[in-house]
Design a protein around this ligand. Structure first.
Ligand SMILES: [Zn+2]
Ligand SMILES: [Zn+2]
Length: 283
């Protein structure tokens, strides 16, 4: 049911990725600024095309064919097909607008903040520096995400006007990760993703790894499956896999963070913990 529109969306994303890369690649190696723009264009486009789209399409295929049912979080439930079609259209349109805008304005901003764009070997970050930067950026990400997301639940007007759109998916699928009101996209999703790299800019390579991890994590958290090969479930108390955010969609009682930290500090995971205990008792 979803395969045809999903395949169409995938092809458009690939073609579009090539189109935005083309003019900058023509000038590649000629002008330093253009080279940098090309790198940023490629990074955004490659990450979107290589990480997110196949992951979303794979999860739609899994849902469509009824595969891995024993790993499904909300057993026997499926997302409304008309909502899935609407989310696909929304994602296509928002990508066509937001990706070029983000590249155009984001590049200059990152550059002015001092992000290192050189891929020369001596300029590449060390492994330990990369890990520490990624951890720090994720701490900042989750701090912004938790409080921004929580505000969208605790202020009824914000919820009704903005966040309700994302919560139309009570049984989330990967695509739901990018189905949000534009205000939420800017205030919560973009803000939380960019806060670390903007306040503490580092190297382009770390940015690429970070953005790939961010996309992968959010799509996985909305996948509707606790797949055994998901790296996030092995982070233990720090994350725990897709179950937590899936429960946030099905129950809307806490679990506001992408990771556990803030929910644990503020006690907004108490309903989820009580529910988990009950499930374990039931066996
Ligand atoms: Zn929410
Ligand atoms: Zn969500």
């Amino acid at each position: 049911m979803y395969v045809k529109p999903a395949a169409g969306a995938f092809i458009i994303f690939l073609v579009y990725g090539q189109i935005i890369r083309l003019p900058v690649n023509v000038c590649y190696h000629k002008i330093t600024v253009i080279t940098c723009i090309s790198l940023v264009c490629m990074s955004c486009s490659v990450v979107t095309n290589v990480v997110t789209n196949p992951q979303v399409l794979f999860l739609m295929f899994v849902e469509h064919r009824g595969l891995f049912l024993r790993h499904k979080l909300q057993s026997g439930k499926r997302a409304d097909p008309s909502l899935v079609r609407e989310a696909l259209k929304h994602t296509l349109i928002s990508h066509l607008i937001s990706v070029p805008l983000a590249i155009y304005y984001g590049f200059g901003f990152f550059r002015s903040r001092g992000m290192v764009m050189s891929l020369a070997f001596e300029d590449l970050p060390t492994f330990s520096h990369t890990v520490i930067t990624l951890l720090w950026w994720h701490v900042l990400f989750d701090t912004w995400f938790y409080w921004g997301h929580r505000a969208h639940h605790e202020f009824p007007l914000l919820y009704r006007m903005v966040h309700k759109q994302h919560h139309r998916f009570t049984t989330p699928i990967g695509l739901a990760a990018v189905y949000a009101h534009p205000v939420e996209d800017v205030l919560v999703n973009l803000g939380s993703t960019f806060v670390g790299p903007v306040l503490f800019p580092d190297h382009l390579v770390i940015w690429l790894i970070y953005i790939a991890l961010r996309f992968h994590e959010t799509v996985d958290a909305h996948s509707g499956y606790d797949l055994p090969w998901s790296p996030w479930r092995y982070l233990g108390w720090m994350h725990g896999g897709a179950g937590r955010h899936d429960w946030h969609h099905s129950h809307q009682l806490g679990n506001y963070g992408g990771f556990w930290f803030w929910d644990w500090i503020c006690g907004t995971d108490k309903h989820w913990k009580a529910w988990k205990k009950k499930q374990l008792k039931r066996g």
